[in-house]
Design a protein around this ligand. Structure first.
Ligand SMILES: Nc1ncnc2c1ncn2[C@@H]1O[C@H](COP(=O)(O)OP(=O)(O)OP(=O)(O)O)[C@@H](O)[C@H]1O
Length: 669
């Protein structure tokens, strides 16, 4: 297949004309290259003697179409993820095949005979534990070989409507959401044309997840942050949390709608419109009627403006026609001031016109001097006239999103992330949404961070409302984010959404989850933490230091950390100093062996070890307890906390180190 795709690509490139075809074959070459790692990863031995090999994509023998490899998303592959000894689904043996390049390096067999029945909760435990304990690389890996049954159910859930997945840290929400994207594209081919969008909290996060879908052979999914959804507005400013919270409220949509509406003027007095040295008078009633008719169309502001203009110009054209018809000439060339007030000609006028040789109709009775073509010409002349346009624009001005938002907020065009959904809303209200791209299915990750205004923007990208929404209400860091799925989703989906839960923590070991227990209990008393799949024997610790000594302590802890990737998570005020004193990259480079980031940037990521700096400052932000919970749950192995002064009460129960001197550090890391 690869050879064939490469040959076809070379052929179209050789001709050099058909760029679309070249792009299609290039994408196919990339897709086939990307699935190279672990192409075949499993085998099912069925009770009836058949063997089914599982792969990242399906392969068929050329001669007879016999399946060689079943795509993991095909129904025939599902038993690989869901069969248990108690419910073997016709499977006798499940084999996991680990390859390095094209060499098989490990086989892992599970017999599903009823007498082998053991703990049914984890499928392929050995392979799973090997996957979750492996060193982190700064990039999320796919979990196609070790998906668990509760995850598989979510991935294969029906595609219509909205599915919300609530799960604590490390339960695989991100991984599951991405596998679901691949699954939906495979099962619902029409989605390839309509597109699938994944919305994530930051570019760092999008880089972190960027290899998962290509590794599953899917290159067509679009990933974006909230700000990326409206690329024409650049972000150059950060709002204080309280401002961001206000801007995120749904009531901002009403304020924007009112602001746009208020730009239409309803004059109390007649308005004079100049046209070719004449003054035409518009009375307030005419204006009101035109506004009413324009609004009745339900069109956005700028489009409704054209209806308004047509209404007004119709009236002006009629006035003009009346005036012209009121002045007709006798056969001697003298003006007669005839015509009825409704602009029609009386008998005397018609006789006078006939005498003047003007033929104005065949039938008897009064009729207009100007026909429809003349009136259309008049209307066009009025619309094209600069003075008339000025008068019309005074009544119903054309608007831009920037102007609406900057007038409402009294700011210049210097936008923050929280302004983007407001600009997008304004663009929708005024009808400047031509660059809005819509998708057949939208996946929102870290969905708890979206404000009510963000949701409105996302919904505009998903007219079919087919969505997968994954998040954790205990991790909301954005003050404008959500504490209730019901609250943010009902206005858009009514009750057309369903909730699934993930309950097992694959990332964070039991020791670290135990260290977060007081924090979670204090701030989310009703919430149960997810169950860790493993313990590591590494007890999290805390150590006290001073401001002055902080850089030394960090340098020492960084030097003595040798086991995998270390993340130093510090509140924003410490970042610059720490970056300078420890020579760390800002913004962070996720594949470095030591990564320095804020709790906000750490959202959704994971590392082998995590060092949290100054938790008391983290706790001072409006939802600081959630930020601290996020920071504490990023590690797959080890967690240390460096506090300045006494520890926050939520962390007081953690084991305290006397110091982090050289003699202590072997114990720490
Ligand atoms: N079935 C699985 N097999 C192997 N690894 C898994 C499995 N499920 C999850 N993991 C791993 O657990 C880690 C956490 O997964 P993920 O980041 O998707 O969790 P999350 O619920 O989005 O976490 P958070 O909310 O804390 O950001 C990842 O390394 C992921 O690969």
């Amino acid at each position: 297949m690869r050879g064939d795709a490469a040959a076809r690509l070379a052929a179209v490139q050789h001709i050099g004309e058909d760029r679309d075809a070249a792009a299609v074959w290039q994408a196919e070459v990339d897709r086939l290259d990307a699935v190279e790692q672990g192409l075949c990863f499993g085998r099912l031995d069925l009770n009836d003697g058949r063997r089914v090999y599982l792969g990242r994509l399906g392969l068929f023998r050329v001669e007879d179409d016999e399946p060689l490899l079943v795509d993991w998303r095909a129904p025939a592959a599902q038993a690989f993820y869901t069969a248990t000894a108690a419910a073997p689904q016709g499977v006798r043996r499940r084999r996991r095949i680990t390859t390095k390049g094209r060499t098989v390096v490990a086989l892992n067999d599970e017999l599903l005979a009823p007498d082998a029945a053991g703990d049914d909760s984890l499928v392929g435990e050995a392979a799973l534990l090997a996957a979750v304990t492996a060193d982190r690389t700064g990039r999320l890996r796919d979990i196609v070989t070790t998906l668990q049954a509760e995850q598989d159910r979510i991935i294969r859930d029906e595609y219509r409507g909205a599915l919300v997945v609530q799960g604590g840290p490390g339960t695989g929400k991100t991984a599951v959401a991405l596998h679901r994207a691949a699954y939906l594209l495979y099962r619902h081919q029409h989605l390839r044309a309509r597109g699938v969008l994944v919305v994530g909290p930051s570019q760092i996060f999008l880089d972190y997840i960027g290899q998962v879908l290509p590794g599953l052979g899917e290159n067509s999914v679009v990933t974006a942050t909230i700000a990326d959804l409206c690329p024409r507005f650049g972000v150059s400013r950060v709002d204080p949390p309280e401002t961001a919270e206000l801007k995120g409220r749904a009531s901002m949509a009403d304020r924007l709608a009112a602001a746009v509406r208020s730009r239409v003027r309803m004059p109390g007095e007649p308005v004079d419109v100049e046209f070719e040295q004449q003054v035409l008078r518009l009375d307030p009633r005419t204006c009101r009627r035109a506004v009413h008719r324009a609004r009745q169309t339900g069109l956005p502001h700028n489009q409704a403006r054209l209806v308004f203009q047509r209404e007004i110009v119709d009236v002006l054209a009629q006035r003009l026609a009346d005036r012209m018809e009121a002045v007709v000439l006798t056969d001697t060339g003298e003006a007669i001031d005839g015509g009825s007030p409704d602009g029609r000609l009386g008998e005397a006028d018609l006789r006078a016109l006939a005498a003047a040789g003007v033929v104005i109709g065949q039938d008897d009775g009064p009729r207009n001097l100007l026909d429809e073509t003349d009136k259309a010409a008049l209307r066009n002349a009025l619309l094209a006239d600069a003075d008339v346009q000025v008068a019309l624009d005074e009544l119903w001005p054309p608007l831009s999103p920037e102007r609406v938002v900057s007038d409402l907020l009294d700011v210049q065009a210097d936008w923050s992330v929280a302004d983007i959904p407001l600009l997008d809303e304004a663009a929708a209200l005024i009808g400047q949404s031509e660059d809005v791209v819509t998708f057949g299915h939208v996946i929102v990750d870290e969905a708890q961070e979206l404000s009510e205004m963000d949701w409105r923007m996302v919904m505009r990208r998903c007219p079919a409302r087919s969505m997968t929404i994954v998040g954790d209400l205990a991790q909301t860091g954005n003050p404008a984010g959500t504490a209730s799925w019901e609250r943010v989703l009902r206005p858009h989906l009514d009750d057309r959404w369903r909730l699934a839960r993930l309950t097992v923590n694959y990332r964070t070991p039991a020791e670290i989850m135990a260290a977060t227990a007081d924090l979670l209990a204090a701030h989310h008393p009703g919430m149960r933490p997810p169950q860790s799949v493993r313990s590591t024997g590494h007890t999290p610790w805390r150590v006290r230091t001073t401001h002055a000594d902080l850089p030394n302590v960090i340098a020492q802890l960084s030097r003595t950390h040798t086991d995998g990737q270390l993340a130093i998570i510090a509140p924003a005020p410490h970042i610059d100093l720490l970056a300078a004193t420890s020579c760390l990259t800002v913004p962070p480079e996720l594949t470095d062996s030591i990564v320095l980031l804020t709790p906000d940037q750490a959202k959704g990521l994971e590392f082998d070890s995590v060092l949290i700096i100054d938790p008391a400052t983290v706790l001072t932000s409006p939802l600081g307890h959630n930020d601290l919970y996020v920071a504490m749950t990023r590690a797959t192995h080890r967690l240390g906390v460096v506090h300045l002064g006494p520890p926050p009460p939520e962390l007081a129960a953690m084991r305290e180190l006397e110091s982090c001197s050289a003699s202590d550090t072997p114990r720490t890391w």
